[in-house]
Write a protein that binds this ligand. Structure first.
Ligand code: AMP
Ligand code: MG
Length: 176
């Protein structure tokens, strides 16, 4: 499995959609949203990071149980850390990381000002006006920890404005 992570608005999903690959792409947020819609009456995916952390963790566990049964040629579209009103929490806790066969850990990121602009221009999402620079720094810390824990390489891809192809090309190389 290749775990692709990034800040909301870094362009993670856009990069993944542009790949030329036979890997199956699974979006963690979609899998969580299906469960939360049914069990907690959540109506908007951007509400999910605001519910009590214990509940988020309960659903996170259910999603990882589902993912651990999937094959190797999978790219997971997820978050390195989730920014909640109560602080950051790991998107890929070690207890689940050890259940997966991880080939690479990829962080897709972008300059703070570009992320801010993309969030403002995305009417379909309710993205927070939080400290993007801090979240990005935290993500890099978590990324290094995930890499040290699994032994899988960490790759940082900067998705610069107007240079989507370059970001896609770098990701494509990881797929071999
Ligand atoms: P996205 O559409 O990728 O921004 O994801 C939507 C939401 O899914 C995020 O804001 C989080 O609430 C949740 N989410 C995604 N990945 C994870 C994860 N690994 N652990 C916990 N929550 C996650
Ligand atoms: Mg996305």
């Amino acid at each position: 499995m290749i775990i692709a992570m990034g800040l909301p608005g870094a362009g993670k999903t856009t990069v993944l959609k542009s790949l030329n690959t036979d890997y199956e792409i699974h979006n963690f947020g979609n899998l969580m949203f299906e469960i939360e819609k049914e069990n907690f009456g959540i109506k908007d995916r951007d509400e999910m990071r605001k519910i009590p952390i214990e509940k988020q963790k309960q659903v996170q566990k259910m999603v990882y149980e589902k993912l651990s049964g999937m094959g190797d040629r999978v790219i997971l579209d997820t978050h390195c850390s989730v920014s909640t009103p109560k602080g950051f929490f790991p998107g890929v806790p070690f207890e689940y990381l050890k259940l997966l066969k991880v080939d690479a850990l990829v962080l897709i990121t972008a300059d703070v000002e570009e992320v801010k602009k993309r969030r403002a221009e995305d009417p379909g999402r309710k993205r927070d006006d939080d400290d993007i620079g801090l979240h990005d720094q935290m993500n890099k810390g978590y990324l290094a920890a995930y890499s040290a824990f699994t032994g899988a390489p960490a790759v940082v891809i900067v998705n610069r404005q107007g240079q989507l192809e370059k970001a896609v090309e770098k990701f494509q190389k990881i797929l071999g």
